[in-house]
Design a protein around this ligand. Structure first.
Ligand SMILES: Cc1cc2nc3c(=O)[nH]c(=O)nc-3n(C[C@H](O)[C@H](O)[C@H](O)COP(=O)(O)OP(=O)(O)OC[C@H]3O[C@@H](n4cnc5c(N)ncnc54)[C@H](O)[C@@H]3O)c2cc1C
Length: 435
């Protein structure tokens, strides 16, 4: 049966039920009742890890436009009100005596923070029934011709079809692997194979959550309770911020060997996330200023993460298949931007698809890519560079007079354009491309 006969103009298959896939499914459902959406998730439920997540004003704007802001306000660290707030308070902290602020980034809304699981739940709650299919791990896709339907093959042997396929399947994306493998063979470009595997950034992260109750014994002016903090030292830094209406402090620490950026992680893919003893964390930041030690001593069971990112991809779209979120631009977390970029991918894509027809889907995805690829890759590169700066490893070292303004400049992407600008540009491109 054709899509039209079935009562919808085309069918979108979304592979992956993380923040990017869920946001796209919700945005399409809200904007485009005449598009059929199916979301395939490999695991048996939607889930997020126990950790914090931050977003910035441009992502908050999208949440307002999608009608999600009222619910999100209830679960944020505090209801966002648009006033000037702290992005990050940057301190020099790798010495036993009290450190000092060397830069303070402030911006409208500041840093808006959530518990990840609560954040994801808001999207899950908005998803209509019968859209999500669980335990559906996509193995591969195929097409008899580039403008025709796409056939989906799942690991349990089942199959399905769609008119466009969106790879929202995360940093180790199956769809990216197939897309770049096929393009490499088709175009005789072996260099495209280099974009398939994520590369190690050289950074190890330790993560933990501290219930605010256990911070009660701290000095009442401990900065981590009030503001997002960036405690910086040579080749290391520690981030902390409150989440869950201020009930929890989220801590993420970073230790880097920049000579390892771009290599394959020596402990193998299965060891990217592991539990580790608290002592390992304490040893890593021994002799840092007291307020850092006070935080780390309260993380009883840290997890250790090997931070990976992608080489900036040369394309996110191949025919009627597109990559969004981490599948397209997995980035190091130094600007808390990966999920925000995933949400923006989804938001812009839903707007472009709203106006597309079954015969203009290729143009719609091209138009989307023209806007999202330069931006996603810009933030990916900037995020990595920011981490290098925070750890005094850029050519500015710890010359605070130049480093502070340079760090500030790294944040310009947050407000240089708006999500509505991005939608308008993508819509213009779509009109040009679809004639
Ligand atoms: C330490 C750290 C801190 C971070 N902090 C922030 C922050 O503060 N702010 C921010 O914006 N970003 C942050 N990020 C980045 C953010 O977490 C990611 O960018 C975001 O979660 C990516 O979402 P996604 O939906 O694209 O991918 P994922 O969340 O990885 O979701 C992919 C989904 O696809 C499913 N899947 C995989 N393969 C298949 C398949 N073959 N078939 C079907 N389903 C499949 C998976 O099960 C999963 O559910 C941080 C990242 C790290 C590592």
């Amino acid at each position: 049966m054709s899509s039209t006969a079935a009562g919808y103009k085309f069918k979108v298959a979304i592979c992956g039920g993380g923040i990017s896939g869920l946001c796209l499914a919700v945005a399409l459902n809200r904007r485009c009742p005449d598009i059929k959406v199916e979301l395939y998730e490999a695991t048996d439920r939607f889930k997020e890890i126990g950790a914090g997540i931050m977003i910035w004003s441009r992502t908050w704007k999208i949440m307002e436009l999608m009608g999600l802001a009222p619910e999100l306000s209830k679960i944020a660290h505090a209801p966002p009100d648009g006033s000037m707030g702290t992005g990050f308070d940057y301190r020099r902290s790798d010495q036993p005596q009290e450190g000092f602020r060397f830069h303070w980034v402030r911006m409208p809304y500041g840093c808006i923070r959530f518990h990840r699981a609560h954040f994801l739940d808001i999207f899950v709650d908005q998803l209509p029934p019968n859209v999500a299919r669980f335990k559906m791990k996509l193995n591969s896709y195929s097409q008899s011709h580039r403008d025709g339907p796409i056939f989906l093959n799942f690991s349990d042997g089942t199959t399905s079809t769609c008119d466009i396929l969106i790879g929202a399947d995360g940093i180790k994306s199956t769809i990216r692997a197939q897309m770049f493998q096929e393009a490499s063979e088709r175009e005789s470009r072996p260099e495209l194979l280099d974009f398939i595997k994520p590369v190690y950034t050289g950074t190890t992260t330790y993560r933990g959550l501290i219930p605010i109750k256990s911070l009660n014994s701290l000095p009442p002016n401990h900065r981590a309770i009030a503001d997002p903090m960036m405690y910086c030292g040579k080749s290391k830094h520690v981030v902390s911020y409150s989440i869950a209406k201020g009930d929890i402090v989220n801590v993420v620490t970073f230790a880097s060997d920049i000579t390892k950026e771009g290599t394959q992680y020596e402990d193998g893919d299965s060891q990217w996330v592991t539990e580790c003893p608290q002592q390992e964390l304490l040893d890593c930041y021994a002799n840092w200023e007291p307020e850092v030690e006070q935080l780390l001593q309260r993380i009883e069971k840290p997890t250790r993460w090997a931070i990976h990112h992608l080489k900036p991809l040369p394309f996110y779209v191949d025919g009627r298949v597109a990559l969004i979120g981490d599948a397209a631009h997995a980035m190091s977390p130094h600007q808390g931007a990966g999920a925000g970029m995933a949400i923006e991918d989804a938001f812009v894509l839903a707007h472009v698809l709203e106006h597309a027809t079954a015969s203009t889907l290729g143009s719609a995805l091209e138009a989307w890519q023209k806007v999202r690829l330069p931006f996603g890759n810009h933030v990916l590169r900037g995020s990595y560079e920011s981490g290098v700066m925070y750890e005094f490893n850029s050519d500015m070292g710890d010359n605070y007079d130049v480093l502070g303004p340079a760090i500030e400049k790294q944040w310009h992407w947050v407000s240089e354009t708006t999500p509505e600008d991005e939608v308008a540009r993508a819509s213009e491109y779509y009109k040009e491309l679809s004639g």
